[in-house]
Write a protein that binds this ligand. Structure first.
Ligand code: NAI
Length: 505
């Protein structure tokens, strides 16, 4: 099946933030669009709002006035559902209530011809469940846009138990024709993005709760080492803690209390206090005028180091060696188990154990663990952790070496898998489980996380690049260290490691 014909009549029900954005997308693509809202005047106001938005783009020279006029001319506010009878596609973006959505779709089913596709923009309700009371549940699917719909490229095409696969293909092609990046997903709680992204928030909140570092430091590490556009605290302040916390609770409940999705008491307290983030003026950070945000904490060293000895292969962190050489450090290589020796210090990439534990188990005195970086050649910051009883001179030497590579160094308390490593390992783990459970393909999961939440790389491709064996070890060590099911590795990871295959094979 191909995309809907550009002349096909489309309707959007609900003229709020999402409905207005979706109507704009469809009209800009060239479709005639009817907009309906049960609040009198809301649909017309939404169209005026779209016109204003497009007007700003015209002023900036990003859109022609002709295109603005043509788009707005394709939008029509209607106040009676009967006007929707001849539509080819009806997109529902009303209040997030199962009963209200079910009632609306039953009404639409009796009104519209059998060839009209019915879709919901729901974020958290089951498409299977919304469709269950229809005479023809196969005609209902999810079409999940991200906010703001005209800007965000991702659209999740959600199939319920009864959904017709040929309609999913038509929606996929249509979304593509609208300039979007569609992915297929089965109707499971959180679909792809709102499920896989949970650990990004959860692990950072846990690190904060355990006193590993403060918000500015953890945020800076996610950006400067992890390559994420924003850290978890600045991002949840932007999303709104009420919204972010509600999504976490809904996914947690929907997976019967699986601790992988455990909500955070720290975030709940913010919600209870009304500190909802930017919109209320305070969340993890203050947003009043004149308040400057605290800087990330850093350790600095004046030790002079010109040489280091690399024993064995550092795996994904090998790029660090080229960077050290570029900065004039002599790097001597010999056989060994993947550690760097400098002065009295030993540096190693985190494997998910705490430094104190690994130092004892592996007989490594003055061990300094360093964190994962998205790109060791480009990162501007790295996290380290060490045993409390490390020789201070050795710590200075280890930090000095990383500084020689041009890295700012932020020290965390001795936390298993530090910050970026634990975040990426748990994201990849959830993504692997989503693939294992048939929620989506590996390619679609990775695309969804790049296009839906702007991750620098899909978690599965990222895990492949780090080495699945290492990710599995990190998760096994996290599970053993915390004694929690939360970190249990996905069967798919374990299977692929045993088979010697990557997740994208
Ligand atoms: P909103 O509250 O901004 O807009 C909802 C609109 O629907 C309101 O204008 C309301 O008057 C209208 N409405 C409510 N019941 C109606 C009915 N029975 N018939 C006609 N109009 C009705 O909500 P928002 O944020 O636009 O969300 C709409 C849907 O999109 C929800 O299902 C939500 O879960 C989903 N969604 C929201 C996202 C977001 O970031 N806000 C992202 C992706 C999906």
């Amino acid at each position: 099946m191909t995309a809907l014909n550009i002349n096909a009549q489309i309707a959007v029900i609900g003229a709020g933030a999402m409905g207005a954005g979706i109507a704009q997308v469809a009209a800009q693509a060239g479709h005639p669009v009817l907009l309906l809202d049960n609040r009198p005047g809301a649909a017309a106001q939404a169209i005026e709002g779209i016109d204003r938005q497009l007007g700003k783009r015209v002023e900036k020279g990003k859109l022609s006035d002709q295109a603005r006029l043509a788009t707005v001319a394709r939008l029509q506010a209607v106040d009676n559902i009967a006007a929707l009878a001849d539509c080819a596609l009806i997109i529902e973006a009303i209040v997030e209530s199962l009963e209200v959505k079910r009632a609306l779709f039953r009404q639409l089913e009796s009104l519209c011809g059998e060839h009209c596709m019915l879709v919901s923009n729901t974020s958290s309700l089951s498409i299977t469940s919304i469709a269950a009371q229809l005479d023809h549940p196969q005609r209902l699917l999810g079409l999940h846009f991200f906010n703001p719909a005209p800007v965000m490229a991702l659209v999740e095409i959600v199939s319920g138990l009864a959904s017709d696969p040929s309609l999913a293909e038509c929606l996929y092609d249509t979304a593509k024709a609208w300039g979007k990046k569609p992915v297929h997903t089965r109707s499971t709680p959180g679909f792809i993005v709102n499920r896989v992204a949970r650990s990004f928030y959860a692990e950072n909140l846990r690190l904060l709760q355990e006193g590993a570092a403060d918000c500015p430091t953890l945020d800076a590490l996610m950006r400067d080492a992890g390559g994420f556009a924003m850290g978890a605290f600045e991002l949840t302040d932007l999303i709104g803690h009420d919204v972010n916390y509600a999504v976490t609770c809904s996914v947690f409940d929907a997976y019967y209390g699986d601790t992988r999705f455990l909500p955070s008491l720290i975030q709940k307290e913010l919600v209870d206090a009304g500190r909802l983030g930017r919109k209320s003026g305070q969340g993890f950070y203050h947003y009043a005028d004149g308040i400057t945000r605290a800087q990330p904490t850093e350790v600095t060293s004046r030790a002079v180091v010109d040489t280091c000895v690399v024993e064995g292969d550092l795996g994904v962190a090998n790029a660090l060696l080229a960077r050290l050489r570029e900065h004039g450090v002599e790097v001597i290589q010999r056989d060994g188990h993947g550690v760097v020796r400098v002065g009295d210090a030993v540096l190693a990439l985190s494997d998910g154990r705490m430094a104190c534990q690994r130092a004892r188990e592996d007989g490594l005195d003055n061990l300094i663990l360093f964190d994962l970086a998205f790109d060791y050649g480009q990162a501007s910051r790295i996290a380290v952790s060490c045993c409390a009883n490390i020789d201070p001179t050795a710590l200075q030497q280890g930090v000095a070496l990383l500084q020689r590579a041009g890295l700012s160094v932020s020290q965390l308390s001795d936390s298993p898998a530090l910050a970026v490593m634990r975040t990426v390992a748990t994201l990849a783990n959830e993504a692997a489980d989503a693939v294992l459970h048939g929620v989506a393909s590996a390619a679609d999961v990775d695309l969804a996380m790049r296009a839906g939440v702007n991750y620098p790389q899909g978690p599965l491709a990222w895990a492949d690049a780090i080495g699945l064996g290492h990710i599995l070890t990190v998760l096994d060590n996290l599970q053993a260290g915390y004694g929690e099911e939360r970190y249990r590795p996905s069967l798919l990871l374990r299977r692929r490691v045993a088979e010697g295959r990557a997740l994208h094979d």
